[in-house]
Design a protein around this ligand. Sequence first.
Ligand code: TMP
Length: 216
Amino acid sequence: MIIIPNFIVFEGGDGSGTSTQMNLLRRRFSPSMPVLHSTAEPTEGPVGRLIRKALGGKLPLRAETLARLFSADRQEHLYGPGGIAEHCGRGELVLCDRYVLSSLVYQGITCGEELPLVLNRDFPGPELLFFFDVDPDIAAKRLENRAEKEIFEHRDFQVQVRRRYRELLPWYTGEGVKTVIIDASQSPEKVEEDVWRWIEKMPIFKEEMKNSEKEI
Ligand code: TMP
């Protein structure tokens, strides 16, 4: 698998706190650090908006159609204008909430393993991937207060999601992606500390330090 340097992905079941962590991490970045571009899938683009409708139950689609939409959204997100490849190419650090593994896990459950594998096999991998591991009951409690429920937010489904992530992580590691399992049942602050410890070890931080030393 081709790996994109400086590309980080957050993965986990619904309610595992990936979006909260994105917001907390954004605040860590100062002007002397690498430039951070944070993004998410499904995207805010036209395909992503269609996906959100389907996730909200407002657009009934076959599971296979949804699998294809996720990979089409990803194609644009990676290679379209202002996409992941463009930002990484400029030497920025890109942090993405969900990516290929979400399709292999979620669509693997709804459509069987084959289709998401075929649809996603050509996408490059991230340098670093965090799996936010949390008991589905704790995750469900976090989602209780949300006004709108999405189609995958059911306990039985989330139990399968967690199992599938754990099964697929070693495969992803074997493909050359550095994967880190985070105990996401901890407080958001503790989770953030754990995540930051890995991010600050990335080579891009050392390079940035060297550059700023040169400027002095
Ligand atoms: P979230 O980003 O708000 O957590 O929700 C996105 C939902 O879409 C979540 O249930 C996971 C699901 N999803 C897939 O099923 N396949 C995918 O490829 C992606 C990116 C997300």
